[in-house]
Design a protein around this ligand. Structure first.
Ligand code: ADP
Ligand code: MG
Length: 476
């Protein structure tokens, strides 16, 4: 595959994103990767059969049209399911062979079986039920705790260490978060840890796998056995519940859920939205889901991103001891690749691939080049000056007219300066324009206000907090 293809692909994704919107893009296309372009066919891959069939039946023409706008020669799109767990567009690095022995040591640490152990899927050992493959790297050892996931982590840990017969503290444990914020990682960690010692049976299934399992059991008239087997599980872990589709599958899921919960078995669920927003599920399932512990994992903060990157580098060192990423490069990636954990993983994989393939050490320059397309232009949300005035006025309990007036009492002056400061930092309006919108003031007045507040926030923690709160209200 050439760099031109890769660049085209980046632009095709940009077009898709613009056409279908951020949310749909993230749900269906964020994990789609370009394999190669060959003889007028663009070969793309996705991680699951479900994504493949969904994209084929709903979006294939769109994808093709976007390609053709970039590269008219492409006549056809081929979507395949990729097998390894590596999610990156760089050449794959020593993927594990399905037949190779992999072990997971009882202490929750990986057993290093030569160099290759750290990549690749491995079965959960519940093949009769068709458990989804687990990734050896996704354990509690590699899960970094930060402000946004402390509660989810604690709850997950609790579930993982419980023993058979222990009272179930919260059921189901329902974790929701946006794409790439660590749901799958946490769920697989729970599965790995829970299966240690084998006293309990912990089964990890994606909702798609649940659907396929159930549908094919129906077809082969083994639905009864399937249900019985499911109900023999101690901990059922279901990932990506938002993909559960179809009336009969949902009904079956509902029965399974009820049966397990009533029998005191633990159920753990992850989805990209809270239970109340799973529109396609019926009310009873939703309320059952909401009846346990519902925890949200927020966006990864910069500190957490940095820790994740460090963990990734350490893991990579196990099998590539000479791999090193200087601290400033890590800091740069943590600062600029803000979107989600998947992009962080991708960034490290690229540096590693580059380092291995060229033998060149990782430098800032190389990092900037390699991760460029992972940095999404921070689209500043369009904030309106009216909104700023309204929200600032409310916060300081003055009227909007006060802000625009020429009154110079302290209780109006400060809020007015804050509002001007926000107008300058959150919008693209020029100083004169901001002045006009604040009762026809001169641009030097606005500049003075902006400088004043900039100077104050450095020393005045309370003011800094107030401004943070205002910004958040304006940008959410
Ligand atoms: P989700 O299932 O929510 O879409 P994943 O669990 O697949 O997200 O996470 C995406 C990537 O980010 C994975 O490589 C994962 O290991 C990493 N990641 C996310 N959160 C954390 C965390 N708290 N600690 C370590 N790695 C994380
Ligand atoms: Mg996931």
């Amino acid at each position: 595959m050439t760099t031109t293809d890769l660049e085209r692909w980046t632009r095709v994704k940009g077009r898709l994103r613009a056409e279908v919107g951020e949310e749909i893009f993230l749900s269906w296309f964020s994990r789609m990767e370009l394999e190669r372009v060959q003889e007028s066919v663009a070969h793309l891959t996705v991680p699951t059969r479900f994504l493949k069939s969904w994209i084929q039946s709903h979006y294939i023409d769109r994808v093709l049209a976007c390609w053709q706008q970039e590269h008219a020669e492409v006549q056809k799109i081929d979507v395949a399911v990729r097998s390894a767990v590596i999610r990156t567009t760089v050449p794959k690095i020593k993927p594990i062979e399905a037949s190779e022995p992999v072990r997971h040591a009882g202490n929750g640490k990986l057993e290093m079986d030569g160099a290759r152990i750290a990549f690749g899927p491995v079965s959960t050992g519940h093949d009769a039920l068709g458990g989804s493959p687990l990734d050896l790297r996704l354990t509690f050892d590699t899960f970094v705790i930060g402000r946004s996931n402390t509660l989810a982590h604690a709850a997950g840990k609790q579930v993982a260490v419980a023993r058979r017969g222990d009272p179930v503290m919260f059921n189901p444990l329902y974790i929701h978060a946006g794409v790439g914020l660590g749901k799958t990682h946490l769920l697989q960690a729970i599965t790995w840890a829970g299966n240690n010692g084998n006293e309990r049976k912990v089964l990890y299934l994606t909702a798609e796998k649940f659907m396929y399992g159930f549908v094919s059991a129906l077809r082969m008239q083994t639905a009864h056995a399937f249900k019985e087997a499911l109900r023999g599980i101690d901990v059922l872990v279901i990932d990506d519940l938002q993909f559960l589709q179809g009336k009969s599958t949902q009904a079956e899921f509902c029965h399974t859920l009820n049966a397990l919960i009533d029998a005191g078995r633990q159920v753990v669920i992850a989805a990209d939205r809270p239970p109340t927003d799973l529109e396609s599920l019926d009310d009873r399932v939703r309320s059952r889901l909401a009846g346990g512990l519902v925890v949200e994992m927020g966006p990864l903060g910069e500190e957490l991103r940095l820790e994740i990157l460090k963990t990734r580098v350490l893991a990579a060192r196990h099998y590539h001891p000479s791999f090193d990423v200087p601290a400033p490069v890590l800091a740069y990636i943590a600062r600029s690749v803000t979107h989600n954990g998947r992009d962080l993983e991708g960034a490290i994989n690229r540096l590693l691939a580059h380092n291995k393939l060229t033998g060149q050490p990782v430098t800032m320059e190389m990092a900037e080049r390699e991760v460029r397309d992972l940095i999404r232009p921070q689209e500043p949300k369009r904030v309106k000056i009216e909104d700023i005035q309204r929200i600032v006025a409310r916060q300081y309990n003055v009227s909007r007219a006060d802000l625009l007036s020429s009154r110079r009492t302290a209780n109006v002056v400060r809020p007015r300066q804050v509002a001007m400061y926000l107008a300058k930092t959150l919008t693209l309006r020029s100083l004169p324009e901001i002045g006009r919108r604040f009762g026809g003031r001169d641009h030097t007045t606005v500049l003075h206000a902006v400088r004043k507040i900039e100077g104050l926030v450095g020393n005045d923690a309370m003011l800094a907090d107030e401004i943070e709160v205002l910004k958040r209200q304006l940008q959410d």
